[in-house]
Design a protein around this ligand. Structure first.
Ligand code: HEC
Length: 623
């Protein structure tokens, strides 16, 4: 495998890239934590950087060494070159080839080779013309993470153009391969008959929904996991509609949706390890951006000045990128004590936001879930639903689902356990799903959030988040279960129609709960035989059908009436693609399908907690 890795750096032919891809996937298999692991940015890369590089980089005593943040600005190719043939060759020689590659991809948050191969210029399937885009709000659309600002992930009959009776007739229409892609974890946005797709290589694409021909590509500075949103912009000349998103290095972009030209770009956070992993939401001329971090993974390393990152939500003017407000989940970290190695430690830290915010137009509020704390005592706003004033960012209320949840990767034992670790580590119950805001048939409103242990909380948005009901949607975990299996519950979120909410479970299967009472309506296991399948990917729904993917790569469609399986499709295989890039599906995680105008779109290949990596976007239709 090592030889393949080495050779792959030198070759750029598509077949070589494909081998590099499979080899790299094995070399980089991330650990089971939904938040930031993935091809572009692994825990091993982070650990290696701390122990091997931070003695100089980030050390005030070595001012000539670029800061970790400056290295993050570099391309993976430049970092790799410095370690193999450049000024860091001595340091690089002490590393294995795998470690050099991991450092280069981790620091740049992009795979090697992506910069040259990803461009639409080098694709054979250009659209013949680029006609003026129709109004994104006029036609059928799945715009951003949750179809609309409520994040209910429910596509209306009109928007779907697909009935429950037709779902079993869905057929693969086209596939698109992401060049050098390792993890297809971006949920495609469909507006004005166009697909807007982010990738782990940092390229963003605009494709034609019907044919998969490519209109344009845009090269960002890092991986783009969060779904893209399209909306009108003002005062930018010929530009009518913008497309908005964030990357793994906290850059936020506004592009001309028609041409892919950048209108503006800015940073949402300047912490070294901060990331944007979830979808910003576009609403009324503004973009609201969630900020997460990958500090939690290896901050237990005693050489690391743990911990200084904190989650936030930042509001920008969508037309020019001007920052309107920024609200942190927790207070500013302050020096607290030194660890046994004499390294200064800080607290509080944590509260990452890795879900897409929800907008309440009635109360002018914005809701989102927060992650666990990294330091003790855990902030009262960790593992919470937070409500902010849409205009000012001022906190309105929060509802904490788990107290005292200071958690850090590797602190359960093993090499990484140190006195950086929380003394009493919590259960790791970050909220990774977007709150769902629903108005029930009787006019009452409900705000739903869910936990990794399967608990679903219904809050009253009109009573400052007062609890209406709480139900555990997951079957009890098997005795002695660890990791995701121990928690068994909900990570990326559900979909709600007027009667029920549907959640996929990391222990496998899907549950339906009644909106009014939280009562369980049905539970359908989805695993085949004894293999454990993780179905924690986000659910998408249309009238009568709820869809969920799994770590086995199978996309299931279930009848919302009784949970019966009405259609399934296994994406874990090779595909011929419209852009002639060798492509493969793998696990489906984090994202749900987007269903628009008689078509269904799903990316496959995010092996964040089981299954295989992949680099494919699939489009289905009835023809
Ligand atoms: C002994 C101190 C030291 C260590 C350890 C060290 N570096 Fe450096 N590094 C430097 C200095 C000093 C420079 C700037 C000097 C130069 O560019 O010639 C630098 C420059 C770099 C550059 C910029 C090269 C460019 O193209 O401008 C990269 C990338 C880099 N280091 C990566 C690493 C990585 C990754 C590690 C860990 C494997 C590492 N360094 C370990 C001191 C160090």
């Amino acid at each position: 495998m090592k030889r393949i890795l080495h050779v792959a750096v030198l070759l750029t032919a598509a077949s070589a890239a494909y081998f590099a891809w499979t080899a790299e996937v094995r070399a980089q298999a991330p650990q089971a934590k939904g938040k930031q692991a993935g091809s572009a940015g692994t825990e091993s890369g982070w650990a290696a950087f701390q122990t091997r590089c931070m003695g100089c980089h980030g050390n005030a005593a070595v001012p000539a060494a670029p800061s970790p943040e400056q290295i993050r600005q570099m391309t993976p190719e430049r970092i790799y070159a410095s370690l193999t043939t450049g000024s860091m060759k001595t340091q690089g020689d002490a590393l294995s080839e795998d470690q050099r590659r991991m450092l280069a991809t981790f620091m740049s948050a992009r795979p090697l080779g992506s910069l040259t191969e990803g461009s639409a210029q080098s694709m054979p399937n250009h659209c013949a013309a680029n006609p003026a885009m129709t109004d994104p709000s006029a036609g059928p659309a799945w715009n951003g993470w949750g179809v609309d600002a409520s994040n209910a992930r429910f596509q209306s009959a009109k928007g779907a153009g697909l009935t429950a009776a037709q779902v079993p007739n869905l057929k693969l229409k086209w596939a698109f391969g992401v060049p050098t892609g390792l993890s297809q974890y971006n949920q495609p946005t469909i507006v004005s008959g166009r697909v807007f797709l982010g990738t782990d290589t940092g390229y963003v694409y605009s494709l034609d929904a019907k044919t998969g021909c490519v209109y344009w590509s845009f090269q960002t500075k890092a991986a783009v996991r969060g779904a893209l949103s399209v909306g009108p912009v003002k005062g930018k000349g010929a530009t009518k509609y913008g497309v908005f998103f964030g990357d793994f290095r906290t850059y936020v972009y506004g592009l001309d949706a028609q041409t892919g030209q950048q209108i503006w770009s800015t940073r949402a956070d300047d912490h070294f390890i901060a990331r944007i992993t979830a979808a910003p939401i576009f609403h009324d001329g503004k973009v609201y951006v969630p900020v997460s971090s990958s500090e939690e993974f290896q901050a237990g390393n005693p050489d690391y000045a743990c911990c200084t990152s904190r989650g936030s939500v930042v509001a920008f003017d969508a037309s020019n990128g001007e920052r309107l407000w920024k609200t942190y989940v927790i207070d500013e970290p302050k020096p607290v004590r030194k660890n046994s190695k004499g390294v200064q430690l800080y607290a509080p830290a944590g509260g990452s936001v890795w879900n897409s915010p929800t907008i309440d137009t009635k109360l002018n509020a914005i809701y989102f879930g927060t992650g666990d704390a990294e330091t003790e005592p855990a902030a009262k706003t960790s593992d919470s639903v937070m409500a902010l004033d849409l205009k000012t960012g001022k906190e309105l209320w929060h509802y904490q689902i788990q107290e005292n949840d200071a958690f850090m990767g590797g602190c359960g034992g093993g090499a990484n356990k140190s006195d950086n670790c929380p003394v009493n580590p919590g259960p790791d119950l970050d909220i990774g799903n977007s709150p769902i805001l629903k108005t029930m048939p009787d006019g009452k409103r409900i705000l739903l959030t869910a936990a990794k242990d399967g608990r679903v909380f219904a809050l009253d948005p009109d009573k400052k988040g007062a609890l209406l009901w709480m139900t555990n949607a997951a079957p009890p975990p098997p005795p002695g279960a660890t990791g995701f299996a121990r928690l068994g519950g909900i990570v990326w979120g559900g979909a709600a129609d007027d009667r029920n909410v549907y959640y996929g479970l990391s222990s496998g299967g899907m549950s339906a709960l009644k909106l009014t009472t939280g009562e369980k309506v049905w539970y359908t296991p989805l695993a085949k035989g004894n293999t454990r399948v993780n179905n924690a990917a986000a659910v998408s729904a249309i009238p009568g059908v709820a869809f969920v993917g799994g770590s086995d790569g199978v996309l299931h469609a279930l009848s919302t009436a009784d949970g019966k399986i009405i259609w399934e499709y296994n994406t874990a295989r090779d595909f011929d693609t419209v852009n002639k890039v060798p492509a493969k599906g793998g696990a489906i995680n984090s994202i749900g399908p987007t269903i628009v105008n008689g078509m269904l779109f799903i990316g496959s290949g995010y092996a964040v907690s089981g299954g295989n990596f992949g680099n494919v976007l699939l489009a289905f239709s009835l023809e």
